[in-house]
Design a protein around this ligand. Structure first.
Ligand SMILES: Nc1ncnc2c1ncn2[C@@H]1O[C@H](COP(=O)(O)OP(=O)(O)OP(=O)(O)O)[C@@H](O)[C@H]1O
Ligand SMILES: [Mg+2]
Length: 434
């Protein structure tokens, strides 16, 4: 909580110059400005005015309603000292940025706590007013409570993820079924082999017993030898280690798929974590295998020196999955009219300056120039019902550009293929979501 300062006197001459006292907000008053001021106070948008030395000179009704502070409690105070429990650093950063850049600055996800203890989020645009000398306003802050919008966005993203998992489910079941089958076959082989080995051991035990009691005859030895040969000890010696190796591989494969699925269905963390993105991409390739393996070869070229990337892991995986599935669909579409030759999906990671980059390329149909401006729109799709709902790229854009402050670009050539390029900042960029 910021400390409440004693209410300063508004002694600045500019404040007394041509001002009104409409709802205590001292504003320049001219013809019709009284009405304008009344209108402002009724706006369904938070509007806060700051003097050049950051004192609050305008605080409309919506600011009172949303933030839960009466105009009389804040007017005339420096904004940083008016006892509001909010992410002051973000707002301060926004004010400074708008001043130095002389342009409107958007600050999102400002956490604040209302006096009733409820935690909410604000989205604000801060404007620096480079006005006349006698203008008392230094900046305006226009904003809204975005808590409900954030909730809806998160729900949409989570439901798209669950939908994607639903679509992958049949493929994943198939991917798990294949190793499960040979693990089962091998286990039945071990059961039979163990029975044979047990019989062989019994034969040897019998021979040792006979030898000890001096009753070992040539016939007994020949008989035992024959039975041991029938059980083919050499074959068992060769095959058991191989079958064991395959079984362990199968179990590893199933574990990997299940782990990747667990990561996918996880609702995600609220803060970024340092992430080995090569490993994450590998997991996403694993669970989406059934989506691409019939139409494409997967090639990877991972930068082994890639530093850990601060990111929201579950969301990043969701983006990679969307891009891989899109790539597979584009290759399938291209192959519909041409040969049934497999296409290629190539995923490359590298780092450049302070950015981690991921390139996902396909040899698919390409994106026609005339629809390129629409592909990131929510619900824009060229796919039939059941195949696409037009959410993948809209959500990918929001995850990469808004949540990670990254970039999502594309290069595409009709008939040749498409590359999506994700850029993620490596450095300690101020994180809007934390
Ligand atoms: N790699 C690609 N190659 C060619 N076209 C693409 C590619 N990626 C996306 N598109 C085009 O962009 C459109 C929008 O993609 P987006 O991922 O948002 O939705 P979708 O794949 O149609 O449905 P969803 O992702 O919700 O299952 C696609 O319908 C397709 O026309
Ligand atoms: Mg898609």
């Amino acid at each position: 909580m910021q400390e409440q300062a004693s209410k300063p006197e508004m002694s600045d001459e500019r404040l007394n110059h041509k001002t009104c006292n409409c709802q205590n907000a001292k504003m320049p008053l001219g013809n019709g400005q009284n009405e304008i001021h009344q209108l402002i106070s009724l706006l369904p948008t938070i509007l806060i005015g700051l003097s050049r030395d950051s004192k609050i000179v305008l605080w409309n009704s919506e600011a009172e309603r949303v933030i839960g502070k009466k105009q009389s409690e804040v007017m005339g105070f420096p904004i940083q000292q008016c006892s509001i429990d909010w992410d002051w650093d973000k707002i301060d950063g926004g004010i400074s940025k708008s001043r130095t850049a002389s342009q409107p600055t958007r600050v999102d996800n400002i956490r604040f706590q209302r006096p009733d203890g409820k935690e909410r989020y604000l989205g604000m645009t801060i404007n620096y007013l480079d006005g006349e000398d006698d203008c008392i306003l230094g900046s305006t802050i226009i904003g809204a409570d975005i808590t409900d919008r954030r909730k809806l966005e998160t729900q949409l993203q989570q439901s798209q993820k669950m939908e994607a998992i639903g679509q992958l489910a049949a493929g994943i079941a198939h991917e798990i079924n294949t190793p499960t089958q040979f693990v089962g076959d091998n286990t039945r082989f071990f059961q039979d082999a163990f029975e044979d080995l047990r019989k062989i051991i019994r034969e040897y035990e019998n021979l040792i017993g006979k030898a000890k009691s001096d009753s070992l005859t040539g016939d007994l030895i020949v008989g035992a030898e024959k039975r041991i040969q029938d059980m083919d000890l050499e074959y068992l010696e060769q095959e058991i280690p191989v079958a064991l190796q395959h079984t362990l591989k199968g179990v590893d494969r199933i574990t990997k798929i299940v782990q990747a699925m667990k990561i996918f269905s996880h609702p995600g963390m609220i803060t970024k974590e340092p992430t080995d993105i090569n490993q994450e991409i590998e997991k996403t390739i694993t669970i989406s295998r059934n989506e691409w393996k019939y139409v494409a070869q997967m090639e990877t070229d991972f930068d082994s020196n890639l530093p850990a990337v601060p990111c929201f892991r579950a969301e990043l995986n969701q983006v990679i999955l969307n891009l891989i599935v899109n790539a597979a669909h584009a290759i399938a579409e291209a192959n519909e009219n041409a040969s049934s030759e497999q296409g290629i999906i190539r995923i490359r990671t590298y780092h450049k300056d302070n950015w981690a980059k991921i390139r996902i390329s396909d040899t698919g149909a390409g994106i026609p120039q005339e629809i390129r401006h629409k592909i990131f729109d929510l619900f824009f799709t060229t796919k039939g019902p059941g195949k696409g709902s037009g959410q993948g790229l809209a959500i990918s854009h929001s995850v990469i550009v808004e949540k990670h402050k990254g970039t999502l670009d594309l290069e595409s050539q009709e008939g040749k293929g498409t590359t999506f390029i994700i850029g993620l900042p490596l450095g300690a960029e101020p994180d809007e979501n934390e």
